[in-house]
Design a protein around this ligand. Structure first.
Ligand code: KIV
Ligand code: ZN
Length: 499
């Protein structure tokens, strides 16, 4: 039986990137876009060009860098947005404008102070306007999850008549039940007379933990495109996770549908996105979490050793998780390190590889075995090596019955500074010393420490939020030394302050 196709529309670089503190620069976005192309996604939503010069530029550069996937740019139902999106897409080989407007009564009344008929007019006008620039126009009915089905069907019929090729039905607030969302899609299939002229798309948020269930329910009821992000990242509780949809459709051979995803690229890309965005993946996350294939109970371990099928519905190799992955040690050479970086989706120039390799050897001296997360942390540290403020050296002393004390040496644009301070612990002492040198007003508002794997020799990751001049700045540091990781995270945030 020939399986039907579900198009994968990846919005990691647009909806996913709206997570506070997880913004990528253009170079990082290009890396992710190329990896998405290798993964086999059909459409990449590259940004919201009118929202910032950075987004505009990223859409341009991604359009140049990527060949096969359709490049999509988001707009509101506003002519200026559409003009800017069309301009940003000028280098895309295959392009799409994604325009839309809120259709729920709450959006119509409170956001637009408008009425249902006027919203249909604005939607139609935007789609027609976008069609002047491109042949492929997707329309989103924002908050469709809470839009009355009868009215939604009228909106969808009107925008298809106006030229929409794809109609997106977002559950913007993540409110729908799977049965309700599936019924909504079926209602549109059964009641929109011209629905055969467009593809229906799902776009589900995870506020109640139902994003993937809703997406699958939408697909089973007739949607043929789904909007997803790597690791399910996105604002609030996130979006539908790409890896979950791809593996559900792959492992459920009873569903006569397939995607173009090369599933063996899933795990490396999950690690790459997590590390570039400094956004940890929860250990029990389906498919890509650290514990997703870890059997700890005796009964399960016994079964898996006899035959993996007893408790495993997916062979970890299918998602590119190789149990036999080489663990690197101080004796591994540059070639082994470069190979492992490539497997993890990180391509580095020869001179950068040299620096990463030197840091790798230093880490291997402290930690016998270097795993994939350590390698990604090393590659990430290299990205920040040209920072304005750098730590030259750091010393902290603490213990029972003594006052913790720290001294620090900083290099600020080539000038050297030193200070010492006490605190209620070594991290506090080090931050107090740092504040004696950098006297700008700032408040630490969040501080999280996470171990990468396990063991007392582990690399730890520190995330901080620092408030300065009514803005929040996010910082990240990783080191086997917890005080150094904390100070690096703090300095990473300070480096983002306006000068
Ligand atoms: O969640 C949503 O409604 C969206 C639209 C802008 C597509 O992200
Ligand atoms: Zn969304």
């Amino acid at each position: 039986m020939e399986k039907g196709k579900v198009y994968i529309f990846d919005t990691t670089l647009r909806d996913g990137e709206q997570v506070p503190g997880c913004q990528l620069n253009t170079v990082e976005k290009i890396q992710v876009a190329k990896a998405l192309e290798e993964l086999g996604v059909d459409i990449i939503e590259a940004g919201f060009p009118v929202s910032s010069p950075g987004d505009f530029n990223s859409v341009i550069e991604i359009s140049k860098a990527v060949t096969w996937p359709v490049i999509c740019a988001l707009t509101r139902a506003v002519e200026k947005d559409i003009d800017v999106a069309a301009d940003a897409l000028k280098y895309a080989k295959r392009k799409r404008i994604h325009t839309g407007i809120g259709t729920s009564d709450a959006h119509i009344k409170y956001k637009f102070n408008s009425n249902r008929e006027e919203i249909i007019e604005r939607a139609v006008k935007a789609v027609k306007y976008a069609r002047r620039f491109v042949d492929d126009v997707e329309f989103y009915a924002e908050d469709a999850g809470r839009t009355e089905n009868e009215y939604l069907a009228r909106v969808i019929e009107a925008v298809i008549n106006a030229g929409a090729t794809v109609v997106n039905i977002p559950d913007t607030t993540g409110y729908c039940l799977p049965s309700e969302y599936g019924a909504k899609i079926k209602y549109l299939v059964d009641n929109v007379p011209n629905i055969d002229k467009a593809i229906i798309s799902t776009h589900c948020h995870n506020d109640l933990g139902m994003a993937t269930a809703n997406t699958i329910s939408g697909i089973l009821n007739g949607a043929r495109q789904c909007e997803v992000t790597i690791n399910g990242i996105g604002e609030r509780a996130g979006n539908t996770a790409l890896e979950e949809v791809a593996m559900i459709l792959k492992s459920h051979t009873d569903i006569p549908l397939t995607t173009g995803i090369n599933t063996t690229r899933i795990y490396p890309l999950s690690r790459q996105v997590s590390n570039l965005m400094n956004m940890p993946v929860q250990p029990n996350k389906a498919i890509v979490g650290k514990n997703a294939f870890a059997h700890s109970s005796g009964i399960h371990q016994d079964g898996v050793l006899k035959n993996a099928q007893t408790y495993e519905i997916i062979d970890p190799k299918e998602i590119g998780l190789d149990d036999n992955a080489i663990i690197l040690t101080a004796r591994s050479g540059r070639a082994a390190l470069r190979y492992r970086l490539e497997v993890l989706g990180v391509k580095v120039e020869a001179d950068k590889l040299d620096t990463i390799y030197q840091n790798f050897l230093k880490l291997a001296d402290k930690k016998k075995e270097i795993n994939d997360d350590d390698i990604l942390v090393l590659a990430g540290a290299e990205r920040h090596s040209d920072q304005h403020i750098k730590v030259d050296w750091l010393q902290a002393t603490s213990g029972m019955g003594m006052k913790p004390v720290a001294s620090i040496g900083l290099d600020i644009a080539g000038e050297k500074f030193e200070a010492a301070a006490t605190g209620n612990g070594p991290v506090d002492a080090a931050i107090n010393a740092l504040k004696q040198i950098i006297k700008r007003p700032m408040t630490l508002t969040a501080f999280t420490i996470q171990g990468v794997t396990k063991g007392s020799d582990d690399t730890c990751k520190v995330h901080v939020q620092v408030e300065h001049g009514h803005h929040t700045y996010y910082g990240f540091g990783a080191n086997t030394d917890i005080v150094t990781a904390s100070v690096e995270a703090y300095i990473d945030a300070i480096n983002k302050f306006p000068r």
